[in-house]
Design a protein around this ligand. Sequence first.
Ligand SMILES: Cc1ncc(C[n+]2csc(CCOP(=O)(O)OP(=O)(O)O)c2C)c(N)n1
Length: 377
Amino acid sequence: MRPDPEGLLPATEPVTLIDSDGAPVTPARAVVPSTPDLVAALGAMITARRFNDQAYALVRQGRLAVYPSSHGQEACQVAAAQVLSDGDWLFPTYRDTAAVVARGVDPGQTLTLLSGEWHHGWDVAAHRVAPLTTPLATQLPHAVGVAHAARLRGEDTVVLALCGDGGTSEGDFHEALNFAAVLHAPVVFLVQNNTFAISVPLSRQTAAPSLAHKGAGYGIPGERVDGNDVAALLAVLGEAVAAARTGGGPRLVEAHTYRMQAHTNADDATRYRDADEVAAWSRRDPVERLRTFLTRRGDVDEARLAAFADDAERMAATLREELATDHRHDPSELFEHVYATPTPQLREQLALLRDEAARDTPAGEASATATTAGGAR
Ligand SMILES: Cc1ncc(C[n+]2csc(CCOP(=O)(O)OP(=O)(O)O)c2C)c(N)n1
């Protein structure tokens, strides 16, 4: 039976449980998560913020080639990891490194691609976290495939797939939603609507009433949530994941948030957005909001906050140390695993790299890099 279109449409206002002053919203439109869950989310968000700041600093030191920061989007990042069970899967984009860390991947490994060191940094199957994807929305059909496969095997695995507002204009987004609905796949799409796709504002991205409305056209229920309120995110995403796990099919959740920093370090956000808008969003900071809420309720004290800050500092120190290590891989190995039979262009690029390496390396040391890799293994 076809679903009733009305039942697929999101509410007019996004779900919020804690307002921007850290006060509870009443009446609550969803069940407020437990105190232990909220305290855990606060610790993870403090770590996520520190991770973002440290990664940005590593770009300036030349240790990272590029960094797309999720500063301001920590609530989405942490909630995306926290609502999943060990057997579930997370499909991130390039901006979602903090979610990958929150899911338990070593922070240094999370940055391997962005440091230019290697194609990818962690064991995908062990962590059940797909690689970071730079081509927009290409991870979404893959996420649906994994969810469908799990369902065929009779597992209760749920897949959470992330994308940005700009990603929703890609063909892959539409194909993924269509297949997810037709196959009734256990996949939750979380769109982090951070208001801009590089310099393109949402008003020039879509004429839809909201991104969550896009679900209805495919037969997928859509929901809108305050993306700077981790309590609301945990509630809405948690409910979507539970529904998918128990045979309810796919869900689309749009989180309203804001990218506080530039698209990447290579971008100048002052050229296309207003300082007043940035200031208004900084007053809705997700970390401050939860900290105020939990402090007022007496659920965290100064000692607990200091312990969270210490944990985050230790993570940052380890990250600095890991990223300070040069040449963990032979650069020519990057040409392996691309094609089974390398193309003439790749062979040419490899020869150039070997030639440059030989000229840069003092005599006698060149052979180590020049002789190892390059062919398909
Ligand atoms: C298929 C594809 N087209 C274009 C780009 C270039 N590009 C990189 S990021 C970006 C904007 C993405 O915005 P959004 O999806 O909102 O994510 P955000 O970066 O804001 O998190 C574009 C167009 C790309 N990476 N992939």
